[in-house]
Design a protein around this ligand. Structure first.
Ligand code: FDA
Length: 407
């Protein structure tokens, strides 16, 4: 193959030549460039934002939930659930932990395999920049890309705000659409389409749900109430905390289920997760027949919620007065409380983007386009989205590493 810089030179003077240019200095882009740099490739990472890794910095409440030790392909949503397997198998949480350890960054497991920095997310960005510097990767911020041309001989020429750049391999790591104020853009999707790739419809994931009308009025004054629940939608369930907000529902259990929920879908919440609601009610009836339902419920659920349940969905009476059929109905409300969500809080607060560049057009081993040699897509721009809990960064590291190993 002819050297693209030669081709690029032929295409016009006055540009920088690189082996690899990565667009997007986020988690995936930096990992890709570091991996390519370690192979001796001359790699440049460009980003239109004023600093790199903004989402890393804001992640995990400022402590970056950088991976999950329980990562398997089952925690990812994609039109092709098999696509993520290869990259995840070749760069594992243990690999990233070893990198973090080699930089002396202290970390802890919060819950469910979620690893966070003891100190700050800044340490992860610093680590990536130090790694990049060690293998002579260059990083340029404030750099926007305009036209991108593919040369017949192979390679690409980019018109950017810091001049014309040329490269043999071009890696798109521009992330998803969430939090536009952090630099998110639809650029990666537009570029994919321009090069003939399919882009599957995008929507906000890991996002609070909104309620409206009477559904909201019934609970919005309970804003701030939090409890353990199990959220169920379309055969998928997540057990974790839920928070009632003044606009609807949030908290980890709701964020998780939001990635599966679509407008019109039935959503049910088990308010007594891990408990057989009917057996529990029968026990209460047997042991404390004179106690009112709202009193019994208040001992198990936040008091204000228990009272509201008894005002709107249930009728509070002394436990002994309920017939078996009525107890059964109460158990159904408690274990499958129906929620009618009207939508989500959208891109402003979503942690991730579902959908994106169709994996059918990309190699799962290398992340390279099947139709445009030298063009790669990695990270969140691809139609692979993880659950809450460090899985999205693990995908960013793994897909970045896969591309960086060959780009
Ligand atoms: P990322 O979005 O990180 O990077 C893309 C880069 O491309 C950005 O720097 C952007 O400026 C740049 N870019 C975009 N368009 C461009 C253009 N046209 N030209 C040049 N540059 C361009 N995940 C997790 O596993 N654990 C966690 O704790 C969290 N926490 C979390 C909190 C919040 C508030 C959010 C919003 C998200 C998370 N996530 C998370 C998700 C995680 O941040 C996300 O999945 C990864 O950052 C995706 O990495 P990428 O490198 O693909 O995109």
């Amino acid at each position: 193959m002819s050297r693209p810089e030669t081709a690029a030179r032929a295409a016009g003077a006055g540009h920088d030549d690189w082996d690899v240019i990565v667009i997007g200095a986020g988690a995936a882009g930096l990992m890709c460039a570091i991996t390519a740099g370690a192979r001796g490739r001359r790699a440049l990472v460009i980003d239109h934002a004023n600093k790199v890794g903004k989402k890393i910095l804001m992640s995990g409440g400022g402590r970056c939930n950088f991976t999950n030790t329980g990562t398997t392909p089952a925690q990812y949503l994609s039109a092709n659930p098999h696509f993520c397997k290869s990259a995840l198998a070749r760069y594992t949480p243990a690999d990233f932990i070893a990198l973090v350890d080699s930089h002396g960054i202290a970390w802890h497991e919060k819950e469910l395999g979620q690893l966070f920095c003891d100190g700050s997310s800044k340490q992860i960005v610093r680590m990536l920049l130090d790694e990049a510097e060690a293998v002579e990767v260059q990083v340029r911020t404030h750099c926007s890309v305009g036209d991108i041309r593919r040369l017949e001989q192979g390679g690409f020429v980019l018109a950017t705000t810091s001049g014309r750049l040329a490269c043999e391999s071009l890696v798109i790591a521009t992330g998803g659409l969430s939090i536009p104020s952090m630099g998110a853009s639809g650029f990666g999707y537009e570029l994919a389409r321009r090069f003939g790739h399919e882009v599957l419809p995008t929507r906000a994931g890991l996002v609070p749900l909104t309620l409206s009308g009477k559904h909201l009025e019934r609970i919005n004054d309970l804003s701030g109430v939090a409890l353990d629940i199990s959220a169920h939608c379309k055969g998928v369930a997540f057990r974790n905390r839920m928070l009632i907000t003044h606009r609807g529902l949030s908290g980890p259990a709701i964020l998780q289920i939001s990635s599966y929920w679509r407008p019109g879908d039935e959503l049910r919440l088990d308010l007594l997760p891990g408990e057989d609601a009917l057996a529990w009610l029968q026990r209460q009836q047997h042991e404390r027949g004179a106690a009112e339902l709202k009193t019994v419920l208040s001992e198990h659920l936040p008091r204000r919620l228990a009272q509201r349940l008894c005002e709107v969905w249930l009728e509070s009476r002394p436990m002994r007065q309920y017939t078996p059929a009525q107890l059964h109905d109460i158990a159904t409300v408690l274990s499958a409380w129906p929620v009618v969500a009207s939508g989500t809080e959208g891109w402003r607060t979503a942690e991730v983007t579902l959908g994106g560049v169709d994996t059918r057009g990309i190699s799962s081993k290398t992340m390279m386009s099947n139709t445009v040699p030298g063009l790669f897509f990695i990270g969140e721009v691809v139609d692979v989205t993880g659950w809450l809990g460090g899985y999205n960064f693990q995908w960013a590291w793994a897909s970045g590493h896969a591309a960086g190993s060959v780009a």
